[in-house]
Design a protein around this ligand. Structure first.
Ligand SMILES: *[C@@H]1O[C@H](CO)[C@@H](O)[C@H](O)[C@H]1NC(C)=O
Ligand SMILES: *[C@@H]1O[C@H](CO)[C@@H](O)[C@H](O)[C@H]1NC(C)=O
Ligand SMILES: *[C@@H]1O[C@H](CO)[C@@H](O)[C@H](O)[C@H]1NC(C)=O
Ligand SMILES: *[C@@H]1O[C@H](CO)[C@@H](O)[C@H](O)[C@H]1NC(C)=O
Ligand SMILES: *[C@@H]1O[C@H](CO)[C@@H](O)[C@H](O)[C@H]1NC(C)=O
Length: 511
C-alpha cells in the first residue's frame, strides 16, 4: 500500500496563473467546433467574446437552440455525446482540422456509435457534464459583463474581479463549474518514490506538492474512473532524475524507459488511455526535463495535457493543450512568511536581479547591467553593501527582473509577486502561467530579449500612476500563486486544476 500522506510537505503554498483555453479533447460539440474554427481563421480571435458580426449568428443559434438545457441535446445535436467518435478524432488538438465534411462523417459514425450506447452510459454522462459547463460559460460570454473601470472595488467574497483578468466574470463561472463538476482519477499503479511522491522543497517543490496534495483525500479526486473527466499520471520527473539518472552521464534513457513503461502499463491494463489516445490524461512536472521525457510516447507528447514549468513554445509546448506551471522555490520547504512590501513610491531601487549567469538570456543582462547602475541592481550575488537580503531587495525595488535561466521559467516570477514587486519577464518563448485567465500585461512587463540594452529607458518610461496600478494588481493576483495546506479557493493548487479543467473543456475564454 502506498502511503499518501505527504509527510514531507508541511507548510503553506501559493501560486497563480491565467489563460482560458478550453481544449477540444474527446468531446464533440459542433458549436465548439464552429467557435474554434471561427477563431482559428480570424486574426482577431482573441476578441471572440466581444461583438463581431460573424460571431453573432452563432450566438443566436445558440440561444434559440436553448443550449443550456440538456434535454435538447438529443434532438439538436446527438453526436455531441458520442465518445467513440470523439475518441477517434481526439487527435484533435488543432481545431483548424475541423471542417464541414468531417462533421458529416461524424454524423454517420454517430449512428453506428448509437448501437453501442448502452456500454457508454458513463462516458455519455461525463460528456454531458462538460457540455453543460460549456453552455453555462457561453451564456456568460454572451452577456455584457464588462467590468472595466471597477478596478478597486473588490467583490466581498474575494472572487476574482477587475482588470488583472482577461474576463473575470467568465473566470468566476468557469471556476464554479469546475468546483461543481470536475472529477479526476489518479492511477494507482507504481510506487514511491518515483510515483505518488515528489520533491516538496527547493525549486521543484510545486511538482511534489501538487502530486501529494491531489492524493491527500482531495475532493476533486474520484476512485471511480467511470465518472472521471481527466486521468492523472502521478509520476515525478524530478524523482526520476534523483533516482534513475547517473550524475553528469547525460544519459536520460532510464527516465524515458520508465515513462514508456508507465504509459504501456496503464494503456494495457485499463481502457481509458486508448479511448482518447491519452487526450484526457495529464501529467505534471516542474523539472527542466519534464517536456523531454514526454517525447518517448507520441500520444503523451502530442495529445495529453502536459502541465510544465518549462513552457517554451520553441520546444513543443502548445498553449491550448499544455498548461504552464509556475515554479515556486520553497527554500527549506517553507513559503516565505513575510509577503508584500512597500508601496512603489517608497521603493529605493528601480530594478533588481541577483542570480547565476546561465542559460541563453542572462549573459546579455549581465553584459549590459551588472554593477553598472546604482538604480538598476544587477549582480550574481546579493550585494552586501546595503545590508539587505534577497527578499528585502525585492521589497525595495519597483521592478524585479525575471530573465529565463537554463530554461524559460524562473522562480523569480513568483518571488516578485510575493514581494509586491512588478515582474519584468525576459524570456521570449515563455508561455506565462495561468495566462488563459490572467492578463499579465496588466501587472507585469514583458521585455524582448533584444531590448535588454534599453531596459532602464523602458522602465523609467512607466508613469508613477501606471506603477501604482501595476503594483495593486500584483497584490490582487498574489493569492493565485500561494501554496496553502490544505489548499484554498483560487490558490495555486486550484489554479493548476483550473488550467487542466479548461483544456479538458476545450473552450477559449480569452477576450
Ligand atoms: C429553454 O428551456 C427551458 C427549460 O426546459 C424553458 O423553460 C425555456 O422556455 C426554454 N427557452 C427557450 C428559448 O426555448
Ligand atoms: C436521449 O436519447 C436516448 C436514446 O437515443 C434516450 O434513451 C434518452 O432518454 C434521451 N435523453 C433525453 C434527455 O431525452
Ligand atoms: C475537410 O476534411 C476532409 C476529410 O478529412 C478532407 O478530405 C478535406 O480536404 C478537408 N477540406 C478542407 C477544406 O480542409
Ligand atoms: C490499447 O492499444 C494498444 C495498442 O493498440 C493495445 O496493444 C492494447 O491492448 C490496448 N489496450 C486495451 C486495454 O485494450
Ligand atoms: C526555448 O527553446 C529554444 C529551442 O530549444 C531555445 O533555443 C531557447 O534558448 C529556449 N529559451 C530559453 C529562454 O531557454
Amino acid at each position: 500500500m502506498i502511503n499518501r500522506r505527504g509527510t514531507l510537505c508541511a507548510g503553506r503554498w501559493t501560486i497563480v496563473v491565467v489563460v482560458l483555453l478550453l481544449g477540444s479533447f474527446i468531446t464533440f460539440d459542433s458549436y465548439t467546433y464552429r467557435l474554434l474554427s471561427t477563431l482559428s481563421q480570424s486574426p482577431v480571435s482573441l476578441a471572440f467574446l466581444t461583438t463581431s458580426s460573424s460571431y453573432h449568428s452563432d450566438s443566436k443559434e445558440l440561444q434559440s437552440s436553448n443550449a443550456s438545457s440538456p434535454e435538447n441535446v438529443n434532438e439538436s445535436n446527438p453526436h455531441r455525446l458520442q465518445p467513440q467518435v470523439a475518441a477517434r478524432n481526439s487527435n484533435r488538438g488543432d481545431p483548424q482540422n475541423v471542417n464541414g465534411s468531417e462533421q458529416d462523417n461524424l454524423k454517420e459514425n454517430d449512428e453506428k456509435a448509437e448501437l453501442s450506447q448502452l456500454q457508454l452510459t458513463s462516458t455519455r454522462r461525463v460528456e454531458l457534464d462538460l457540455w453543460q459547463a460549456r453552455a453555462a460559460l457561453k451564456r456568460i460570454a454572451l452577456e455584457d459583463n464588462d467590468e472595466r473601470g471597477e478596478e478597486n472595488e473588490q467583490l466581498s467574497n474575494g472572487d476574482p474581479h477587475g482588470k488583472a483578468y482577461r474576463n473575470a466574470a467568465l473566470f468566476r463561472q468557469s471556476y464554479m463549474e469546475m468546483e461543481d463538476r470536475f472529477k479526476i482519477y489518479i492511477y494507482q499503479e507504481g510506487e514511491e518514490p518515483l510515483v505518488h511522491d515528489g520533491p516538496c522543497k527547493e525549486i521543484y517543490a510545486v511538482e511534489g506538492r501538487f502530486i501529494q496534495e491531489l492524493q491527500d483525500r482531495n475532493p476533486f479526486v474520484t476512485s471511480d474512473p467511470e465518472e472521471a473527466h481527466v486521468f492523472f499520471l502521478p509520476f515525478s520527473v524530478a524523482m526520476m532524475v534523483t533516482y534513475l539518472y547517473t550524475q553528469n552521464s547525460g544519459d536520460m534513457s532510464p527516465l524515458l524507459k520508465f515513462v514508456q513503461d508507465y504509459v504501456h502499463l496503464i494503456s494495457h491494463k485499463y481502457p481509458y488511455w486508448n479511448k482518447s489516445e491519452g487526450a484526457d490524461h495529464f501529467m505534471l512536472s516542474c523539472h527542466d526535463w519534464g517536456p523531454y521525457v514526454t517525447r518517448v510516447d507520441n500520444n503523451l507528447y502530442s495529445k495529453s495535457i502536459r502541465v510544465l514549468c518549462n513552457a517554451n513554445t520553441s520546444e513543443g509546448f502548445i498553449p491550448y493543450k499544455d498548461a504552464s506551471l509556475p515554479e515556486i522555490n520553497l527554500v527549506g520547504g517553507e513559503v516565505p512568511t513575510v509577503l508584500g512590501g512597500f508601496p512603489v513610491a517608497a521603493r529605493k531601487y528601480l530594478a533588481f536581479f541577483a542570480g547565476a549567469d546561465h542559460g541563453p538570456v542572462r549573459p546579455y543582462v549581465f553584459k549590459h547591467w551588472e554593477g553598472k547602475n546604482t538604480n538598476v541592481v544587477v549582480h550574481r550575488r546579493v550585494p552586501v553593501a546595503a545590508g539587505l537580503t534577497y527578499h528585502e531587495y525585492m521589497k525595495s525595488s519597483k521592478f524585479c527582473l525575471c530573465p529565463g535561466g537554463y530554461e524559460v521559467n524562473s522562480p523569480r516570477l513568483v518571488e516578485a509577486i510575493y514581494n509586491d514587486c512588478i515582474p519584468v519577464i525576459i524570456a521570449d518563448k515563455f508561455v506565462l502561467p495561468f495566462s488563459d485567465v490572467l492578463d499579465w500585461s496588466r501587472f507585469s512587463l514583458q521585455i524582448l530579449e533584444a531590448d535588454i540594452p534599453k531596459l532602464k529607458e523602458i522602465l523609467e518610461a512607466v508613469s508613477e500612476e501606471t506603477l501604482i496600478e501595476l503594483q495593486n494588481r500584483v497584490k490582487q493576483v498574489r493569492k493565485h500563486f500561494l501554496l496553502n495546506k490544505p489548499p484554498e479557493r483560487y490558490d495555486v493548487f486550484h489554479m493548476i486544476l483550473h488550467s487542466v479543467w479548461l483544456r479538458r473543456l476545450n473552450i477559449r475564454l480569452l477576450r
